[in-house]
Write a protein that binds this ligand. Sequence first.
Ligand SMILES: Cc1cc2nc3c(=O)[nH]c(=O)nc-3n(C[C@H](O)[C@H](O)[C@H](O)COP(=O)(O)OP(=O)(O)OC[C@H]3O[C@@H](n4cnc5c(N)ncnc54)[C@H](O)[C@@H]3O)c2cc1C
Length: 236
Amino acid sequence: MPTYAAPLREFRFLLRDVLGIDRYANLPGFAEAPAELVEQILEEGAKFCEGVLQPLNGVGDRHGCTRHEDGAVTTPPGFKDAYKKLVEGGWPALGCEPAYGGQGLPHIVSLAWNEMVSSANMAFGMYPGLSHGAYEAILHHGDDAQREMYLPKLVTGEWTGTMNLTEPHCGTDLGLLRTKAAPQADGSYRITGQKIFISAGEHDLADNIIHLVLARIEGAPPASRASRSSSCRRCW
Ligand SMILES: Cc1cc2nc3c(=O)[nH]c(=O)nc-3n(C[C@H](O)[C@H](O)[C@H](O)COP(=O)(O)OP(=O)(O)OC[C@H]3O[C@@H](n4cnc5c(N)ncnc54)[C@H](O)[C@@H]3O)c2cc1C
């Protein structure tokens, strides 16, 4: 039976000997994260990935998700319990902003954590991974009201997120996207179009799923650079 042993020795070598993270106490997050603390966090993360996530990898492959007639989706046996443990352990908050409930740890810590999650169980890792993508997009491109509304629950993991980019006729070249966002009088957008291949688009792990939909705002310039920067801003 396959097993997973997190590369803690390699992490230690990289963090202490190659990067020397104790030298960066003057940078945000590093003062609160001396090398000993980072190693303790990663040791706990390793236990979770080795003991909880990796044993579910084969289960996920064999069982898959179950799609019900009403559109609901049940994740493979054990995924829901593992996700609950992930949330209780505060793992989604690791590298997130304290202003929204995050732990504010340096990105290098969440990078190592994500490496373990992806190696132990990539399919499971998609759920928190996509949620973190939604968190980053809203943090950097949302307005204050959107940040207040979405970020705290994405940070705890109570809500998850997705990215809705791909369409039946365009994946790599998103400049061809046809999904439209029409501004409405109440400040919302009416979205029309079709998206496909949306990972974690439906599941039973969280109370709410935040779908970030890439769409072209009516009247926006046709070029893909302009469409990505302007239409991403408010269409979720
Ligand atoms: C497991 C999985 C999860 C996914 N999850 C999501 C998701 O959560 N949200 C979402 O929006 N999408 C998701 N996708 C879709 C994914 O983003 C697209 O499949 C991807 O962008 C490629 O698009 P495509 O399949 O249309 O292939 P195409 O864009 O048609 O590409 C087909 C082939 O042509 C090559 N190619 C394309 N353009 C060029 C070029 N200009 N020059 C040279 N070669 C080129 C590509 O490398 C590829 O080999 C997911 C896909 C997979 C497999």
